[in-house]
Design a protein around this ligand. Structure first.
Ligand SMILES: Cc1cc2nc3c(=O)[nH]c(=O)nc-3n(C[C@H](O)[C@H](O)[C@H](O)COP(=O)(O)OP(=O)(O)OC[C@H]3O[C@@H](n4cnc5c(N)ncnc54)[C@H](O)[C@@H]3O)c2cc1C
Length: 504
């Protein structure tokens, strides 16, 4: 039986990045993935020849000199990615039922201020102040600047400030407040919980620069996988870990669904920390620690409609739309039942087939897990992922999809007549496909009232078991990459790793 230096459970972005870093440093690494497709939320899927992303609609920080660009150079993927720069003067556009205007978030801080000052003429000074403060807040998170030799995040003064309250201090103009927070589905923003630092770190990366992946985000997984294999790493699909086995205070091996044992010296879990705990039988993990992880709230889930467009009918949108029924953009997350949908996001993938027309469109609206809870005992069949949860579930999905499409058509009437077909996914789809707990979009939800509780250390109580992935630091391509730096820093030293990255 092969013994690896490091066994990684899950091939999400965090698992693959950790595998690359450690393989490059000479560790013998094996990644175990339960699904056929690698990449977790990086995966794409194809319907009627149109490509859809699972969880990468756009990426920030990829311009020369920016943090993710530097990391991707280290991973040797930056020059291989097929990227499309989004609209410089309005990559995200925020709209409301009662207002014809498309409010624009522009790339580059000066441009961001300039564009919104055109739409809110009396607010330039407030916008300058907002831009300055967002950048100052990000400066307090050195890892996001790829700096390691400074104070750790813990103790940072911005952890316990509420994002919604902060934005209200920027301007008394309620519409501008909503516009500044309008892309909050990027971090499942909840007005009563979301910390300011989450808003700042997420919005900052996209203001720096915003790109779509041409033909989808799976190219990140493809290139990373190739590079890991070239470094001698192994990656196995159809390898679901069902047990993590501890003996004398250390993990000895993991057991796969087919009964096989995979031994290792170190183990990294790229899956949800509380799911990891359910796979691990060990009295070394105190009940209080397990309870703490189990008790953490997960971010809200979503209902998603993926539309295949008739060829050459719908013009490609080089921006995303975030639409709200009402001005309070922080309330959208709580809406359910007949009042749903309160808002939605529209993402139009960039296909290599045409620069003028789009092949497909994804519409996303928050959905609480409770809305589909009655079907939670049904599981989608993997590997040939098919949802068969009964006729009433199918009827529910059709009803919600039609409602969502109708709502989008109020704002985007040209969509009418362009739809060739569509599929939809619910919180249960995300639960079964990615293993996301309760279908949560971004893992553990952050809360400004108890910020340290939602910070997960890469280290567990078992010295050779670590965590990585979106639950560690933050979600998103950048958040997960910073998480992988923290996890692998435990092996090779964080400052050494940052030095390697900064010199790539
Ligand atoms: C709808 C949606 C839209 C998003 N949009 C964006 C965006 O536009 N830009 C952006 O930057 N981020 C976006 N994100 C967030 C981003 O996709 C994620 O934060 C990130 O990809 C998560 O990476 P991860 O390393 O945590 O792994 P995950 O993607 O969570 O992958 C975990 C992997 O572990 C595997 N696994 C689970 N259990 C087991 C087991 N027992 N054994 C073996 N393998 C197992 C899963 O199959 C999966 O492959 C979006 C997310 C969602 C859901």
């Amino acid at each position: 039986m092969a013994q690896y230096d490091v066994v990684i459970i899950g091939s999400g972005l965090g698992g693959l990045e950790s595998a690359y870093i450690l393989s490059k440093e000479g560790y013998k690494v094996c990644v175990l993935e339960k699904n056929r497709q690698l990449g977790g939320s990086l995966q794409i899927f194809v319907r009627d020849k149109a490509i859809f992303d699972t969880g990468i609609h756009y990426i920030g920080g990829l311009d020369e000199g920016q943090n993710l660009n530097q990391c991707f150079k280290y991973f040797k993927i930056m020059d291989k990615l097929n990227l499309h720069r989004m609209d410089n003067d309005g990559f995200d556009r925020i709209t409301f039922d009662d207002d014809e205007t498309e409010y624009k978030h522009a790339q580059g801080y000066d441009n961001f201020v300039d564009q919104l000052s055109i739409q809110f003429p009396g607010e330039r000074e407030n916008l300058i102040n907002y831009a300055k403060q967002i950048q100052e807040i990000c400066d307090y998170f050195p890892l996001y600047k790829l700096r390691g030799d400074e104070a750790p995040i813990i103790g940072t003064k911005y952890l316990d400030i509420n994002a919604k309250d902060f934005i209200a201090t920027i301007t008394p103009n309620k519409r501008l407040q909503s516009v500044l927070a309008g892309s909050n589905p990027l971090y499942a923003g909840d007005g009563s919980k979301t910390p300011l630092y989450v808003h700042a770190l997420v919005i900052n990366t996209y203001i720096e620069s915003s790109y779509k992946c041409v033909n989808g985000g799976a190219q990140i997984e493809k290139h990373l996988t190739k590079n890991i294999k070239e470094l001698g790493g192994e990656i196995r699909n159809y390898a679901e870990v069902t047990r993590i086995v501890e003996k004398d205070g250390l993990i000895t091996h993991v057991e796969l669904k087919n009964g096989e044992h995979v031994e290792g010296k170190h183990f990294i879990s790229n899956i949800h920390p509380s799911t990891t705990m359910t796979l691990l039988e060990s009295d070394k993990i105190k009940k209080a620690y397990r309870n703490r992880l189990q008790g953490l709230e997960n971010s809200v889930s979503a209902f998603i409609v993926d539309i295949v467009l008739k060829p050459n009918t719908f013009k490609f949108l080089n921006y995303n739309l975030y639409h709200y029924k009402y001005n309070n953009v922080w309330d959208s997350i709580h809406v359910e039942g007949d009042a749903w949908p309160d808002g939605y996001c529209v993402f139009v993938p960039k296909s290599s087939r045409s620069d003028i027309y789009a092949d497909s469109m994804t519409i996303l609206s928050y959905m609480k897990y409770d809305e589909v809870k009655k079907w939670e005992d049904s599981y989608a069949t993997i590997p040939h992922f098919r949802e068969s949860r009964g006729e009433d579930y199918e009827a529910f999905k059709i009803e919600r999809a039609e409602k969502l499409i109708a709502k989008v058509m109020e704002r985007v009437p040209e969509l009418r007549g362009c739809i060739q077909s569509y599929t939809s996914s619910s919180p249960l789809s995300y639960r079964d496909y990615i293993g996301a707990k309760d279908g949560g979009l971004y893992g553990i939800a952050k809360n400004y009232q108890d910020p340290l509780r939602t910070f997960i250390s890469p280290k567990t109580k078992i010295p050779n078991l670590l965590f990585t992935g979106q639950n560690l630091n933050m979600h998103g391509v950048l958040g997960v990459t910073v998480g992988a730096i923290r996890t692998c820093g435990e092996f090779i030293g964080q400052n050494y790793l940052l030095h390697q990255i900064n010199n790539s």
